[in-house]
Design a protein around this ligand. Structure first.
Ligand code: ZN
Length: 384
């Protein structure tokens, strides 16, 4: 932690030599030039070494005390411990007077992006691959994110000497109060792009529309967000992209409604089929898929003789696959339709049936929740 050693200069080096040594190192380690975290640490160290050696008072104090970590610095030498910590670590010391963090990096991670995608129920249930048009920031092709015009480099800011912040010293009756503020000349970056790239204006990124192929897993529902890592907005300075979230919106289906992983539908059958029983073959949700297996495209519904309207049949494992495995049920509600517009022959047959069943004058059954003759009257009056 010897500033002379850090800058690679002799103990008796003059100001010009110190400045020259610092500039050479800053060019080598500056975050804009060298994104490696080790280099960034090194940049901080050499910047603080320069801060000490470029200030005659601080340099003299260091020369008197030697290595501050060997105990050479302390109270009574004109510099508080906090000052030394500030000088070395840009405000890491206690006290909170300084807020320095070194130069603000030009290269930063981009923001996440959100896009909505409308899909069909079968696509949500069984998964689908979709082409998606996305409009996000991408790395500028001209400067590859650097922001500087071809053949030029960002220059170290003269005002803050690359530190990105400048010290403001205020005198008060307690002594000097020193605070670090972002450098106004370089907006805290420590470098200035004198000749910005014409295509991105120095931002290192441009907006672009591109087509992405998105794989939507089976079992998603309205509101599910599918995360696509690093497909969001590229960051300032061509920094790593944020993530892209695809929020699913599932369209209504004309036959099936979804409750969790269960599918519900209603099948209407004629009165005669309800009485006599039958077997029906009906299309499944899979039948909507373009490459549906014929075996999965239909399901058999067995109507037992004497089936009542409102009966539910639960077909296990015929619903929507869960995102975490398993599969819901297909719940079929049977609706029995009473025939209307009978011709005379049909009417005659039904009258014969009524006689045979002794149902010419039905009694009806009054029950609390029943749907007998009186139950229907009561519902009609109650508006149900
Ligand atoms: Zn550019």
């Amino acid at each position: 932690m010897d500033p002379y050693e850090l800058l690679g200069v002799d103990r008796d080096a003059d100001d010009a030599a110190i400045k020259k040594a610092y500039r050479k190192l800053a060019r080598q380690y500056h975050p804009d030039v060298n994104p490696d975290p080790v280099a960034q640490e090194k940049f901080k160290e050499v910047s603080h070494a320069y801060e000490i050696l470029s200030d005659p008072q601080k340099r003299a104090a260091f020369d008197r005390g030697g290595d501050p970590f060997a105990g050479g610095f302390g109270a009574g030498q004109g510099f508080s411990f906090t000052d030394i910590m500030d000088a070395f670590f840009g405000g890491a010391g206690q006290g909170g007077a300084a807020n320095g963090r070194g130069p603000r990096p030009r290269v930063r991670r981009g923001q996440d992006a959100l896009i909505r995608l409308d899909i069909e129920l079968a696509e949500a249930a069984f998964g689908v691959t979709h082409e998606l048009k996305v409009d996000t920031a991408v790395v500028c092709d001209t400067c590859h994110g650097a922001g500087a015009a071809a053949g030029t480099q960002p220059k170290i800011c003269e005002t803050c000497r690359g530190a990105g912040e400048v010290a403001h010293v205020q005198r008060s009756f307690l002594g000097e109060i020193r605070t670090l503020r972002p450098c106004a000349a370089c907006r805290g970056f420590g470098t200035i792009i004198a000749d910005p790239c014409r295509d991105c204006g120095g931002d290192g990124r441009v907006r672009s529309r591109r087509t992405l192929t998105v794989k939507i897993p089976a079992g998603v529902d309205t509101g599910t967000r599918v995360q696509l890592a690093e497909q969001g907005e590229v960051g300032p300075g061509g920094g790593p992209a944020g993530d892209l979230y695809v929020e699913i919106n599932v369209a209504r289906h004309e036959t099936f409604t979804r409750h969790g992983n269960d599918l519900h539908c209603t099948v209407t059958i004629p009165m005669t089929a309800a009485a006599l029983g039958t077997t029906m073959s009906l299309p499944t949700l899979e039948a909507d898929l373009p490459d549906a297996d014929p075996e999965d495209s239909t399901f058999e519904l067995e109507i037992k003789p004497g089936t009542q309207s409102g009966t539910e049949q639960v077909l296990r494992e015929r619903g929507v696959p869960g995102l975490r495995g398993g599969r819901g049920s297909l719940v079929v509600t049977i609706h029995v339709e009473t025939p209307t517009r009978l011709d005379s022959a049909q009417e005659e047959l039904l009258r014969q049936l009524a006689v045979a069943r002794d149902e010419e004058q039905p009694e009806g059954h009054l029950r609390a929740s029943g749907k007998g003759v009186f139950g229907r009257f009561r519902d009609a009056f109650n508006g149900r």
